[in-house]
Design a protein. Structure first.
Length: 276
């Protein structure tokens, strides 16, 4: 058997990120051949992935970032099984590397991102390899991008919640952009404005409003009027521009933006949070 030196193990560890003992065993099985050892580690990852396929991966990291020119933002969510792994520095760095790749290549979809090459192998292959190293089910569960004249990203401490917000013009004060991104994070609006709310959501709110009024014993002939009143309250609480500003509830977001620059418009936002 080929003698496996500590330097050899360390070299393989740097190449793969696997544990010292896993690297030593892989090198022993490969008779010191690095390429074969890497393949052994990858196959172990696939074996672990198959074994844990039915496990629930509800923890993870939610990260968002914007390109240097501020016009393209991306968000990725890499799921794992436990909070312990989610908080691990290497896990977060790995998630960040996927996010950075998505920004560099401006990936159009989740499937496209999975097939992109990261450090010589596809993102999907890298994830399988990490499953073998970490010993938990990992899943690249979400990817979305946002393009606008200005895009801002916000990650809530703990990497469980992130937002992206697009604006219609450049030169907007960064604090203003961050205020809106944090508003989206804190208040979870369903749309930018009333006109952006999907009709099926409106219909559902009207149905709920009518049923609530009916349960309260209100006459049938005024149920629609009551439901419309409740819908207006829903618009106020659940559409970004009509929500009270979390830093000053004497004004809504529409008035806050107008106080900065009447031409500022929010074009779109993206929000993702882990249900943990």
């Amino acid at each position: 058997m080929v003698e496996i030196k500590a330097a050899d193990v360390s070299k393989l560890r740097k190449m793969t990120g696997a544990g010292m003992m896993d690297c030593k065993i892989a090198l022993q099985e490969a008779d010191g051949d690095y390429e074969k050892a890497v393949e052994i580690i990858r196959k172990k990852g696939q074996a672990v992935a198959n074994k844990r396929a039915d496990r629930e991966a509800s923890e993870g990291a939610v990260l968002a970032k914007v390109t240097g020119d501020g016009k393209f933002g991306a968000m990725v969510v890499l799921n794992c099984e436990t909070d312990f792994v989610a908080k691990n520095e290497n896990f977060v760095k790995f998630t960040q590397s996927i996010l950075d790749l998505s920004l560099e290549k401006q990936a159009a979809s989740l499937e496209e991102l999975k097939g992109m090459v990261l450090n010589g192998r596809t993102v999907e292959s890298q994830i399988v390899e990490q499953i073998g190293i970490i010993g938990e089910k990992l899943e690249l569960a979400y990817y979305e991008n946002l393009q606008a004249e200005s895009v801002v990203a916000y990650i809530h401490p703990g990497n469980k919640l992130a937002t992206l917000v697009g604006f219609n013009k450049t030169g907007i004060d960064m604090q203003v952009q961050k205020d809106i991104a944090m508003q989206v994070a804190a208040m979870n609006p369903v749309a930018v404005d009333k006109g952006d709310v999907p009709q099926k959501v409106i219909d559902k709110e009207l149905e709920i409003g009518r049923e609530q009024a009916r349960q309260e014993g209100k006459p049938e002939d005024i149920l629609d009027k009551i439901a419309m009143g409740k819908l207006q309250k829903f618009f106020k609480e659940s559409t970004l521009l009509n929500q009270d500003f979390i830093k000053d509830n004497k004004m809504d977001i529409r008035k806050y933006l107008a106080s900065v620059d009447k031409e500022i418009k929010v074009t779109k936002f993206i929000r993702y949070t882990l249900n943990v």
